[in-house]
Structure formats: structure tokens, C-alpha cells
Design a binder for this molecule. Structure first.
Ligand code: C2E
Ligand code: CA
Ligand code: CA
Length: 316
């Protein structure tokens, strides 16, 4: 549960205002990490106003399919720098022209349920783009699409995927869905059924942000997964002697034992790249190789020779 706290008479002496403050503190708790407690504060009112306005803008944007677009971030093979996949990352430009980070608006889309409708568009657009790249003779990369919890819980998800694949013509094998640990640790039997439905279609599943949530290793073994993505917080401070290095090594060992492909996110330096290569991480993703970028830029990136990517420090 998420709890918002407002204190009488510190925050306000008005009952209705007190309730409002407690509620918005609760929304903040949900938005930041969930299962948390947030206290109301003096300037909460402007927070509430901003949130209500943002929610209204997002509703209109989803209704009219306005302002949303996808960026794509390549993921490369650690060995030879070949681009093996691309992750679709959602962006939103409001009516005033400001481009928002998904970290601010995705939680609102999730809370309001709007993500289910928009998620369908994301999936379709990402698959359409990937198929177009395949048709153009570019390297046959996989497309990774992030799923939000309400989408993953949606019983119609497998049918939606069938429809999208049929509509876009994308090979199911080229689609990878990214889910998080929290999503998997809910109703285990149902989760296994859902993942099984994806697997049956040839669609791959990646466990995103691995190491930041709660995973039961016993269950991890039972889930039909294909990929383990090491969260970028562990990659960020990688030094051979530090504890993060030990965690990364352990996760790589786990992925290996479970027969999963390992991906490191947030690779920014050549040192991180070298360490991860040395430790046998299979694929790498991060600003060192490429930032999330427009479809046109990503297409140019896909067309480059792999050797230019394996040693990004030397690229022209
Ligand atoms: P994520 O799935 O973990 O995506 C990776 C995030 O790390 C992206 O942030 C990406 O821009 C950033 N990143 C990649 N390489 C580096 C690096 O080398 N250094 C650093 N510092 N950051 C790097 P972004 O695009 O802001 O997305 C944030 C989060 O929003 C995503 O985290 C994902 O959870 C969510 N999100 C994005 N697009 C979608 C979507 O279409 N659907 C859903 N449900 N969630 C999405
Ligand atoms: Ca992701
Ligand atoms: Ca991630």
C-alpha cells in the first residue's frame, strides 16, 4: 500500500484541505516508488495543480493520439559490436513543445489505465518500424518493447500481440517484451501462463532492471524467460574491486546457469565495456554505443559496419 500523511494543524486547519493534502501525498508515494509513505508539505498545492494539469493533457493526448513518438536505442553484441537489437523508448511532446521524460508521465499513464490503450499503439509502431527495417535489408535486429504492469495483467494481451504481428507482418521471433521483477512476482501461476502464451508465439521475454526489485530465485527458474537485463545502477559504478562488480559477476553467472542472454544497460565508458566483455556479458546497451534516437538516426546507425561500433572510441 501507499500512504500519504497530512498533519493537523501543521499543514492546514481546514478539513477538506487536509484530506486533499493527504491524498496528493499518497499519489506522490505511488508515483515515486510505490509501497511508500509520503508526508504532505507546504507547497503541495502547486504540486497538485501541476499533476492535475499534466493528467488532463495526457488524457487528451492519448485520446487524439497527439505528441507521442518513439526513440530507439541500439543494443550491440559484446564480442563484435554487431547491432542485435533495438529498444523502443516512448517520448511525449506536449502542446507547448516540451518533450517529457517517460519517468514523469508513464507512472501517470499507468495509474490512470491510459497505458493500456497507448501501449497498443507503442507495440504496433515499434513492430511496424522493425519490419520496415527488415524489409529495407538492414541487419535483422530484434525490437524490444517495454510493457507496463496493467498491460501485462491484461488478459487480452496475447490476442493483441497476435493482431499487431499480423497487422505489421513482423516475425514473432523479432519481438521481445521487457517486463520487471515486480510484475512477475504477483500471481505466479497466472504469470507463468501469460509468459507461456508469449513463448508459444515465439515472442521473447526480457527481465528488465534486474537486481532492483524482488525476485524469488525458485520462481525465476520456472518462468519461461529469454533475457536478463542488468540494471544500469550496477553498471554505473563498476570498478573491478567494488561490490557492484561482484553483483554484476553474480548476475552474469545466474543468467548463464539459467540459459538466458545477458544484457548490461547504461554502458557509458570503455572501462565498463571492457569489464563486461571480460566477464562474458553477451550484449551491451548504453550511451557509449548509441543514445536513444529517432527512427531516421537509428536507421543510419544500423547501416554502419559493426567494426565501427565495437571500438566506439575510434569511430570517425
Ligand atoms: P528502461 O526500460 O530501463 O530504459 C532504459 C533507460 O535508460 C532509458 O531512459 C534510456 O534512455 C536510459 N539509458 C540508456 N542508456 C543509458 C546510459 O548509458 N546512461 C544513462 N544514464 N541512461 C541510459 P528513458 O528513455 O528516459 O526511459 C525511462 C523508463 O521509462 C524506461 O526505463 C522504462 O521503464 C520507461 N519506458 C520508456 N518507454 C516506455 C514504453 O514504451 N512503455 C513503458 N511501459 N515504459 C517505458
Ligand atoms: Ca527497458
Ligand atoms: Ca532497464
Amino acid at each position: 500500500g501507499s500512504i500519504g500523511v497530512a498533519v493537523y494543524p501543521h499543514d492546514t486547519r481546514d478539513t477538506a484541505d487536509l484530506m486533499r493534502r493527504a491524498e496528493s501525498a499518497m499519489h506522490l508515494a505511488k508515483r515515486t516508488e510505490g509501497n511508500a509513505i509520503e508526508f504532505s508539505s507546504g507547497d503541495l498545492n502547486s504540486d497538485v495543480r501541476a499533476r492535475v494539469s499534466l493528467e488532463g493533457q495526457l488524457r487528451r493526448a492519448v485520446d487524439h493520439q497527439e505528441g507521442f513518438f518513439l526513440h530507439y536505442q541500439p543494443r550491440v553484441a559484446a564480442g563484435d559490436g554487431r547491432v542485435v537489437g533495438v529498444e523502443a523508448l516512448l517520448r511525449w511532446q506536449d502542446a507547448a513543445g516540451t518533450v517529457h521524460s517517460p519517468a514523469t508521465f508513464i507512472p501517470i499513464l499507468e495509474e490512470t489505465g491510459l497505458i493500456v490503450e497507448l501501449g497498443q499503439w507503442i507495440l504496433t509502431e515499434a513492430c511496424r518500424q522493425c519490419h520496415a527495417w527488415h524489409q529495407a535489408g538492414l541487419p535483422a535486429v530484434r525490437m524490444s518493447v517495454n510493457l507496463a504492469a496493467p498491460q501485462f495483467r491484461d488478459r487480452q494481451m496475447a490476442t493483441s500481440i497476435d493482431r499487431v504481428l499480423a497487422e505489421t507482418g513482423l516475425d514473432p521471433n523479432a519481438l521481445e517484451l521487457e517486463v520487471t521483477e515486480t510484475m512477475l512476482m504477483a500471481d505466479i501461476e497466472q504469470v507463468i501462463r501469460t509468459l507461456g502464451q508469449f513463448r508459444k508465439r515465439g515472442v521473447r521475454v526480457a527481465l528488465d532492471d534486474f537486481g532492483t526489485g524482488y525476485s524469488s530465485l525458485a520462481y525465476l527458474r520456472r518462468f519461461p524467460l529469454d533475457v536478463l537485463k542488468i540494471d544500469r545502477s550496477f553498471v554505473a559504478d563498476l570498478q573491478p574491486s567494488a561490490s557492484d562488480a561482484a553483483i554484476v559477476r553474480t548476475i552474469l553467472g545466474l543468467a548463464d546457469n539459467l540459459g538466458l542472454e545477458s544484457v548490461a544497460e547504461g554502458v557509458e565508458t570503455a572501462q565498463q565495456q571492457a569489464f563486461l566483455q571480460e566477464e562474458g556479458c553477451q550484449t551491451l546497451q548504453g550511451f557509449l554505443f548509441a543514445r536513444p534516437q529517432s527512427a531516421a538516426d537509428c536507421e543510419r546507425f544500423l547501416a554502419r559496419p559493426a567494426s565501427a561500433i565495437a571500438h566506439p572510441g575510434y569511430r570517425a
